[in-house]
Every structure is written in C-alpha cells, then in structure tokens.
Ligand binder design. Structure first.
Ligand code: ASP
Length: 433
C-alpha cells in the first residue's frame, strides 16, 4: 500500500502526460488523418466523453441524498437560513472582489492596446440570447420537480430538496425512516464516487490529450497579453484574495486548505465544469478538509451554480481588452456596470464548459461593447475556461470552509491530518480474496 501512488498523484501524472501527448500531436501530427480520426476524435474523445458523463452521472443523486441528510442533520431550519444568507453574501463578495482586481490589473497592463484587428483570428460568434434576470429568479422554483431532476437544473433541485427535507423534519417521527434511508443512499453514492475515481487518471489523460492536440499551446501566442492578464488575475485571486479570506475569516491555515483542494482543482481543470466537479469538491471538503455534511451538502452545489470568481475575472479582463481593441472608452461608470453585471451574470452562469463566454455577451450588451468582439477571444477560451473553473471550484470550497468554521462545525482534527480522506483510504470491498 505504502509504495502505491495515491489516486491524486496518478491523476496529476496522467494529466501531465496528456498535455505532452496532445501538444506533440498538435505540433507533428495535426494533418495525419489516421491520428486525428482514430486517436484524437476517436479514442481520446470517447474516453473523455465517457468520463465526463460518469462524473455528471454522480451529481444529481449525490447532491440530493447529501442535501437531505444535511438539512435533516441541522435539525433546525433557522440555521439553514443563516448558512444560506452567509453563503450568498460571501459568494457575491468574492465575485465582486475578483472582478475588481481583474479590471484594475487589466486597466494597468492595458491588453489589446495597439492590437491589429485585421491579423486577429477571425471566427464568427453569434451569441444566444442571455436569460433575463427575472427568469433566473422565477426559475428558482421548479414547476415540475421530476423535470428539474431529469434536466439537472441545480438551483431548482436545491430548492425542491431543501423544501422536501424541511418537511421531513416537520412531520417528525414518520420522517425519520426517510432520513435514514437517504443517509444510506448517500453512503452508497460516496462509494460510487470512489469507484469512479479509480478510472479518473485515464479520463483526465484523454481529456487533456484531446484538448491540447486540438488547441495546441501555439494558439495563445497572438493573444498572449489577454491570456496572461487573465492568468495572472486568476492566480492573484487564488493565492491572494481567497487565501486571505480563508486565513482571516476561516481562521485556518491557507496552505493546508489549498493542498487538500488539489484533486478538486485537477478535476475542475480537466473537465472545465464546476458542476461535473461537485462530487470531488463535496468529498474533498467533507473528508479532507473536515467540513460537516450539513454545511457542505448545501454550500458546495449552491456555489458550483452561482459562484464564479474565475469567470468574473475573465469577463472583467475581456471587457477591458475588447474596449482597448475597438478604442472604446468605458469610463468609471462603465467599469462599475461591468462589475455589477458580472456578479449578476455569475448567478445565471451554469457551471458547465464555456458558458462564461456566452454570459459575456450580456455584459457587453449592457455597456455597449460590440458583441462580435467575443470572436477575438474565443480561440483561447478553452484553456482559460479550464483555469477559471479551477478557481471557481476553489472559491466554492473556501467559502464552504469559512462558513463551517464560523458555525463551529469544522472538524479541526480532520483539517490538520494531511492524510484524511484520501481516496485510497476507502477500500473497495470484495476485492481481496
Ligand atoms: N466552465 C465554468 C464552470 O463550470 C463556467 C465558465 O466560466 O464558462 O465553472
């Protein structure tokens, strides 16, 4: 056991191998039909897509059972309201901080100044209509819960499940059996997560290899200024703002916290989806960081749906970049509008790949920037999407930890144990003879 590599280390290694293999294919075999058809769009695509489906498969049942246990475990509805308000406030605060830092950095560096529009990679971009805010609010309530579960509408699922769990509490004794059933189902789902984790290295490899063989590193060159400002702002938010909050509000070591987030970050990076990463974020904050199930089961999926710090950062920098490219002066009011819009947009942005760019159209519309400008940044968006999703997920986990700490429910013994909750601790039963 001891010389066996941990699953997280294996995933990290295979992720690196995927990047190298993909970049090599992109550099030397991008027009070899056999490799493109059978390896990149065949093998890598199939394994990667199967792996993402396997992750998504876990999300709805895991969130549902875990949330029922969480609300039931609280035993007190007022605590739920308190946690909800704290979570919402902190999510909005971190998103606003994130985009403010991003815009400030972008205004100082000035990406896109002197950018030659004619040499830019011109791709067409037609934005789908962004949902109006009123719809986002109305749609919190599922008119048909079964449809909400079938479609994986996270906010609707959270709303219905919380209501359902509160009512289990309200009916008293007859509800106990349902809650105990949900607890057992939750245990089973946790085990399903563990099983899926064992094939994760392969899945992550395929996703990385495919992305890099299609995109290559070279694509970022013409966009280097935009790309670097987003990357630096993401790093600043991750290592600065979030860690400061973990230290000041959470009163725990940011270093230990960030180490325990590694698996969730890798999954977020390779899937570019906060939603698909929910199972890993949830198990990481509960088993590795020591957050209680009641807080984690509610705050993590809620955050994956409405908290998008990394996405807001990209939107802030993109706004400054496109304004520079088109020579449009936004002014302080323009930037304030962007901050407000990006915070609102993050609520309406689903945690799936690429949506951040679609919501950017809404921000551009609001401040009068040309929406077709998005075509300029679309080429590098996949890689930035991966990076910002890792930041989004770390933000969700940081706030979850801060809230658990403020509620006095963070298990410090688990937090301080470097090996707590590693996947290899959980044995697959019936494997040994
Ligand atoms: N991919 C991001 C997420 O899932 C959303 C986005 O920025 O497109 O968190």
């Amino acid at each position: 056991m001891s010389n066996k590599k941990s699953v997280t280390t294996l995933i990290l290694i295979w992720m690196g191998v995927g990047v190298v293999v993909g970049s090599l294919i992109n550099a030397f075999a991008s027009d070899v039909a056999f490799i493109q058809d059978y390896i990149v769009n065949g093998l890598f695509h199939v394994i990667g897509a199967m792996f993402i489906s396997a992750l998504k498969m876990l999300v709805v049942p895991l969130v549902t059972f875990s949330l029922i246990c969480g609300v039931y475990g609280l035993g007190d509805v007022s605590k739920l309201g308190r946690v909800g308000i704290k979570a919402f406030g902190l999510f909005m605060l971190t998103t606003a901080l994130a985009i403010t830092v991003a815009i400030t950095l972008a205004v100082i560096v000035g990406p896109g100044q002197g950018f030659d529009l004619t040499t830019a990679t011109q791709q067409s971009f037609t934005p789908p209509p962004a949902p109006p805010l009123t719809d986002v609010i109305i749609n919190l309530i599922p008119s048909n819960p079964v449809a909400a579960f079938a479609e994986g509408e996270m906010l609707q699922i959270i709303f219905f499940t919380i209501l359902f769990a509160i009512c289990i509490l309200m009916i008293g004794e007859p509800g106990r059996a349902i809650a105990e059933g949900a607890e057992k189902l939750n245990l089973v789902m946790m085990q399903v997560v563990t099983v899926v984790m064992h094939v994760a290295p392969l899945g992550v490899f395929a996703l990385m290899a495919k992305t890099f063989s299609l995109q290559g590193i070279g694509l970022i060159l013409p966009m280097i200024s935009y790309f670097s400002v987003v990357a630096i702002a993401l790093l600043l938010h991750l290592t600065g703002t979030l860690m400061l909050l973990v230290k000041l509000l959470g009163k725990v070591s940011p270093l230990i916290f960030i180490k325990k987030m590694r698996a969730a970050q890798i999954f977020a990076f390779s899937t570019a989806s906060s939603n698909a990463t929910i199972p890993v974020t949830l198990t990481s904050v509960e088993k590795r960081v020591g957050v209680d199930n009641s807080t984690a089961s509610f705050v993590v999926p809620f955050g994956a749906t409405i908290n998008m710090d990394g996405t807001a950062i990209m939107q802030g920098v993109a706004t400054v970049f496109i304004a520079n490219v088109y020579g449009i002066e936004l002014g302080i009011m323009g930037y304030l509008t962007v901050i407000g819009m990006a915070v609102l947009a993050s609520i309406g942005t689903a945690g799936v790949p690429g949506v951040g760019l679609i919501m950017l159209a809404m921000v551009f519309n609001q401040v009068g920037l040309p929406v077709e400008g998005i075509a300029l940044i679309i080429g590098v968006d996949r890689l930035l999407d991966m990076m910002r999703t890792a930041v989004n997920v770390t933000g969700d986990a940081a706030i979850t930890t801060i809230i658990a700490r403020s509620e006095g429910t963070l298990n410090m013994e688990t937090f301080n144990d470097p090996n707590a909750g590693t996947v290899e601790e959980v044995h697959l039963p019936h494997r040994r003879t």
